[in-house]
Every structure is written in C-alpha cells, then in structure tokens.
Design a protein. Structure first.
Length: 333
C-alpha cells in the first residue's frame, strides 16, 4: 500500500446476499484502484444492525462478504479490508459526530424516509443516525475520495457538511471527502420493477440476482424479468425493463448499448434474456469458484480479518486521538 497516494474509502453493508447491483455498481470497479490510491474497504456490520439480524447467519454473512471482496480481486495486502466492528474507533467517533449533526439534517435523508416507511415496526435511533456512522467511517481514514452509487451520494454530502462544520470550529481536523469520479459503475434496477434499484433487501427474490446464485437460478430469474409488450429491440427510457437488461448485459460484456441493439436486432426478448443469463453466469463463475476455495481455508480469512483490523485501527486511532484532543477530552494513556 502506497502511503503517498490519496486515500480512498468505501464499503458495503454486511447484510448478506450481495446483488449483481452491488457487484456491477461498486465492487467490480474497486478492483485495481490500489494502484492509484491508498484503499480502505469496510465490511459494514455495525450499519447492518439497524435491521434485526439472526446472530449466526449475520456472523457468516460478514465473513462471506470479506471473502467476496477478496474473490472479486481486491488484494488484502495491497488494500485494507476489515470488519467495521473490529475497529472500535468507528462507534466512538460516530457518538462524537452525533453531537455535531442536526436532527433536521438527518430528517431530510431520503434513505431514512424510505427505510422507516418500509420497516415501520422498527424505526430505531440507529436508522436515524446511520449517516453519522457513515461519516465517521469516512472521516476516520481522512479519505480524499469515496466511490459510491447515486443512492449514497446524499450520505456523502452530509459527511462533507459535518466535516466542514467540525473543521470550522477546531481547525483542519478532517479531510473533506469528494465523491469518486472514476469509471462509473452500472446502476442496476430490479428485474421485477425497473423503476426501483436492485436491492438485497427486496422481498421478492426474483427481483435480484445474488452473487452466489447458481446458473439455473440466474437463468430462471432472467427469464422472468419484466420487459414490455412492444416487442421492439431498442435502448430507450420508454422500455425501462429492456433497458435495464441491456445495461446489465453491457456491464458484463463491456459492449456499448449501440453494439448490443445491433447484436439483437430482429431477435425476441427471450433471446436477449438467454444471452444475458449466460453473460451474467460467465462473470460470476470465477468469483463463485474463488469464494468456494476461500471457504475451505478458515485460517487464511481469520488471519486477513485480524491483520487488516490492526492496520485499519492504526490509521483510525490516529484521527480519533486528534479529535479527542481538539474537543477537550482527556487522554490518560
Ligand atoms: P450498500 O451496502 O447498500 O451498497 C454498497 C454499494 O453498492 C452500490 N449499489 C448499487 N449500485 C448499482 N446498482 C444497484 N442496484 C446498487 N445497489 C447498491 C451502492 O451505491 C454502494 O456503493 N451506506 C452504505 C455502506 C457504507 C459506506 C460507508 C459506503 C457504510 N459506510 C462509507 C461508503 C463509505 C450502503 O448501505 O451501501
């Protein structure tokens, strides 16, 4: 890891069942960034607690996400890959930053509004202060850039506001992060409702392709994907279902929408779906193979989690100590 490089920070919730959206929209595009940046990627298990988790399944999912990061090609020696909960500084800084964040700001967060409508029986305080924990994640590592999809941009904006407010009072404590503008990942929509993003929390399993789905499941989900009754091969907003299938196909094959429209000219939607499922299977097969291999080597993953937690802690704690000193907390160590 090159310490002279700019710092890049990102992560995913450890809620299990990562989708093709998480992969094509985020993970796939993280590979190779370590050549240019000092990269930190968290398995965000504390964020997952806003939804009730089954403890054994939750533990397994966090571990699985770590394996998926590595299987996708993110080298745990060139990048820092760690479990958020293994670095206590996150929760500590989040508490401090809560005291520099206004209720009105949090009430404006669209994800909070959406999720509290969806989980009306469990609108907990963690769901409300979720963006503050995310700000702590990013600011602890003095990140210059944060690659996230559009759905997370509002959270990055509030992170910037909190950092600027804090710096305004105490001087330059935090680097104010920018969204990472690099190779933009695909925005993958639900296969059952192309007006919604593909999401791991979708209750309809046919709406999402999961990274560890087997080939038959992928074929079945693609066959059932919602299209339209126009029976026209085109890439346009008026045919959102087909457009989404083409976007996924492009992201998997590296082709452009024009090339794809040309390739399928005169075909039926069935042929598009068949080609799409084979393209998705081809992209996921090596990743799934590698996850299977990693699952066999318990001590390797244990070791990655331990050594990387130490590396992350070292950086995070430096920032936390500086913050504590600035605000007047006593350091007795
Ligand atoms: P999460 O776990 O919901 O998503 C992880 C990443 O995947 C992207 N993504 C998608 N991209 C394209 N199409 C989709 N259908 C799709 N679904 C998800 C997201 O934009 C995201 O980049 N709050 C964050 C996790 C987090 C974080 C952080 C991220 C916690 N702390 C600090 C960056 C920095 C989240 O819930 O992502």
């Amino acid at each position: 890891m090159n310490k002279d490089h700019k710092v890049l920070y990102s992560g995913m919730q450890a809620t299990g069942n990562l989708t093709l959206g998480n992969y094509l929209g985020a993970l796939k595009n993280w590979v190779g960034l370590a050549d240019e940046y000092e990269c930190y990627y968290g398995v965000m298990d504390l964020h997952s607690l806003t939804v009730r988790q089954d403890p054994p399944a939750f533990r397994a999912h966090a571990r699985e996400l770590m394996m998926i990061y590595i299987a996708a090609g993110i080298d745990p020696e060139k990048n820092v890959l760690y479990l958020q909960s293994s670095v206590p500084c996150h929760a500590e800084l989040a508490w401090i930053l809560n005291c520099y964040t206004y209720i009105g700001e949090l009430q404006r967060m669209t994800q909070f509004k959406d999720k509290s409508a969806k989980h009306a029986d469990n609108v907990n305080a963690g769901l409300f202060t979720y963006p503050v924990l995310m700000a702590a994640d990013i600011l602890l590592y003095q990140a210059d850039v944060v690659p996230v999809g559009k759905d997370q941009l509002q959270h990055l904006e509030i992170t910037r506001d909190i950092a600027q407010r804090f710096n305004g009072i105490y001087g330059d404590v935090f680097t104010v992060p920018e969204p990472y503008i690099g190779k933009i990942g695909a925005r993958v929509m639900s296969l059952q409702d192309p007006s919604k993003k593909m999401s791991k929390s979708d209750e309809n399993p046919n709406a999402s392709i999961y990274l560890l789905d087997d080939p038959d499941t992928i074929r079945r989900k693609c066959r059932r994907a919602v299209t339209d009754s126009e029976a026209t091969i085109a890439y346009r907003d008026e045919q959102p279902g087909l457009k989404n299938l083409f976007d996924i196909y492009c992201a998997c094959t590296g082709k452009t929408p024009e090339e794809v429209v040309h390739e399928f000219a005169g075909c039926g939607y069935g042929q598009v779906k068949e080609a799409l499922s084979e393209a998705v299977i081809a992209v996921l097969a090596p990743l799934q193979e590698k996850v299977k291999e990693l699952q066999k080597d318990k001590s390797y993953i244990d070791n990655v989690m331990k050594t990387n937690a130490e590396r992350a802690y070292y950086t995070a704690n430096k920032t936390l100590r500086k913050v504590k000193k600035k605000i007047g907390l006593t350091d007795v160590r």
